[in-house]
Design a binder for this molecule. Structure first.
Ligand code: FES
Length: 106
């Protein structure tokens, strides 16, 4: 099993209130709850650098605070114009109430 990095506790994240985390060696990340599951994506809009956690979670989508673009928090796919390029998503593993993603080596 690859090494995991703890981002936060599940209790730290509520549906509709994603949080921003800036771990070492990663871009700024967004952590979401949706329907009892947790998801992690990059937290920077691919349209023009807005911080997605400053926007609005609408079910399984995050709406950018600028220009009305949106992304799927499950797949990272752009779901509303003007966004076209996807955001990265990260495989989430829950360990003892912690939300973890694969650590980057090196
Ligand atoms: S910066 Fe996100 S839609 Fe424009």
């Amino acid at each position: 099993m690859s090494d995991l990095m703890i981002l936060c506790k599940t209790d730290d994240v509520k549906e509709g209130a994603p949080i921003s985390i800036s771990p070492e060696n990663f871009p700024m990340l967004a952590v979401y709850e949706y329907d009892g599951e947790y998801f992690v994506t990059d937290n920077t809009c691919t349209h023009s650098m807005a911080v997605l956690t400053d926007g609005y979670q609408d079910d399984a989508e995050i709406e950018c605070p600028f220009h009305g673009g949106a992304f799927s928090i499950k797949t990272g796919e752009a779901t509303a114009a003007p966004c076209v390029l996807p955001i990265n998503t990260y495989q989430v593993t829950l360990v003892n109430g912690n939300i973890c993603i694969p650590a980057v080596s090196g």
